[in-house]
Design a protein around this ligand. Structure first.
Ligand SMILES: Cc1cc2nc3c(=O)[nH]c(=O)nc-3n(C[C@H](O)[C@H](O)[C@H](O)COP(=O)(O)OP(=O)(O)OC[C@H]3O[C@@H](n4cnc5c(N)ncnc54)[C@H](O)[C@@H]3O)c2cc1C
Length: 441
């Protein structure tokens, strides 16, 4: 099936730019208050908030915008909340396709539609809107501009980050900054350069493509997530985006378990998992996915990317530097959802820096507050880690569907988890998770 695949072109035309993005590296200032490395959701959310509070912010990205980001493009409730706080929700929803349910689909065809506040917007467009908002708030965005190393002062325990070296193919510049914020996403390179990486290998890997098929618009109307034994340790999805274009993909959790051998990198991990074979299986076991691809036109490249999940794999701070978003492991392991928590942790980083300046707090206190706020999210990550049992045993999905169909209160609790109105305090064991799904209350 994939042999006939891609005629690559942009899945969605973008509206006209309204802000000055992609300033050349030549124009990089010598000083700023905060240097933000990475203009994905985490970095842009921080840049919007800091610039709005009067900070002198420089936002850099190794890619010129608008740029593609391998993602399912699904906006779950936490992303809606963060976008509302950033004042961007209405603009995003005006471009996105709104969706009312996550359809949980098991190997024997069991299906339950879990209600939620959901939408789909390609990242090329979402991230571009976020960057524009950062520039409109007063941040200067330089791209392409790759962070390569830190500038540091002091010796041993007194060592402090005071800026960074930034590079393009032919220009290298230094910028001094009171704070450096690393928001470089799942790949480990920037974390390694900042000496903040604790694990190179990803937590998961996933692959996605775009298919245009207007005839399927009335047939695939929800975020369809499918489990099947032929997609071992993972799942497949079809998410309906705007303009009759669907995001379709497969992902594997805990992929690093297969790549623990020293010297293996994310690319080799992906090869081992063989996501393309899994993708083909997905189009065979899920009729709607098969029909979508067979009758549709490929409009975006089928691409893979790593995921860094569960707040593991990187340190959160060191003097003069904070790590935020997926670089800090802010993506959920079970579902691979991470846009909302990237925005949230980016906002948290901005908030502590703003408070720190307003109240003239010592730097150690600013860092400690940030780490505390991020660690407070840990129970949710642990809950999603536990839910990974479903990826290992897909038949559990049919059981969950059967159980939820018998009890409106169980379905409400599933909605509560998705909307994050149900606190997961009691869900840290597999047993309590199963109780949530199967015990009537
Ligand atoms: C296949 C797949 C499907 C997914 N589906 C979903 C989904 O449906 N919903 C959801 O919520 N999440 C999903 N995710 C997760 C989501 O993509 C991430 O959680 C999210 O992108 C994290 O945002 P971020 O801002 O932390 O990092 P990113 O979005 O990765 O942004 C990091 C930025 O940093 C830049 N950068 C990196 N290194 C450097 C450097 N050295 N110098 C300068 N710039 C640098 C990169 O170019 C990039 O623009 C999916 C992930 C994958 C791989």
């Amino acid at each position: 099936m994939l042999a006939h695949c891609p005629v690559f072109r942009m899945p969605h035309p973008l509206p006209n730019p309204t802000a000055a993005l992609n300033l050349p590296l030549d124009a990089l200032p010598a000083h700023c208050d905060v240097l933000v490395v990475g203009a994905g959701p985490a970095g842009s959310a921080a840049a919007i908030t800091l610039a709005g509070a009067g900070f002198d912010v420089v936002l850099i990205d190794q890619q010129a915008f608008p740029r593609d980001k391998v993602c399912g493009d699904g906006l779950i409730p936490d992303a809606h909340h963060a976008l509302r706080r950033l004042g961007l929700l209405d603009a995003v929803l005006a471009r996105a396709r709104s969706v009312r349910h996550v359809a949980v689909i098991g190997p024997r065809g069991g299906r339950i539609d879990v209600p939620g506040t959901l939408a789909v917007l390609p990242r090329r467009e979402l991230d571009w809107m976020l960057c524009e908002a950062a520039v409109e708030a007063g941040a200067r965005m330089h791209a392409p501009a790759r962070f390569v190393s830190l500038l540091e002062e002091g010796e041993a325990h007194g060592r402090r980050v005071v800026g960074a070296t930034v590079r393009t193919a032919d220009v290298t510049r230094e910028v001094r900054a009171t704070w450096v914020l690393i928001a470089s996403g799942a790949p480990p390179q920037a974390l390694l350069a900042a000496e903040m990486c604790e694990r190179r290998t990803p937590t998961g890997v996933a692959l996605r493509g775009y298919v245009k098929n207007p005839a399927m618009v009335d047939r695939i109307t929800e975020l369809e997530v499918v489990w099947h034994p032929r997609m071992k340790r993972g799942y497949g999805w079809v998410f309906p985006g705007p303009d009759g274009v669907f995001n379709i993909g497969v992902g594997v959790a805990h992929s690093h378990a297969f790549a623990d051998t020293p010297g293996r990198d994310a690319g080799q991990t992906m090869q081992n998992v063989n996501l393309r074979t899994m993708f083909d299986e997905f189009t065979r076991v899920h009729q709607a996915a098969g029909d979508l691809v067979a009758g549709g036109e490929w409009v975006g490249e089928l691409k893979g990317a790593p995921l860094r999940c569960s707040l593991r794999g990187g340190k959160l701070s060191r003097p003069g530097l904070l790590v935020t978003g997926e670089a800090a492991g802010s993506t959920y392991a079970f579902t691979g959802e991470g846009i909302g928590k990237a925005l949230e942790t980016g906002l948290a980083a901005a908030d502590v820096l703003i408070d720190g300046r307003r109240q003239q707090l010592p730097e150690a206190q600013v860092r400690a507050t940030y780490e505390q706020q991020v660690r407070a999210l840990q129970p949710r990550y642990e809950m999603y880690d536990k839910a990974n049992i479903v990826n290992m045993h897909p038949w559990l999905v049919d059981l969950v569907v059967w159980s939820a169909k018998r009890s409106p209160s169980r379905l409400r609790r599933m909605t509560g988890l998705l909307e994050e109105t149900h606190l997961p305090r009691s869900l840290l064991t597999v047993k309590s998770w199963l109780r949530l799904l199967f015990v009537h209350s």
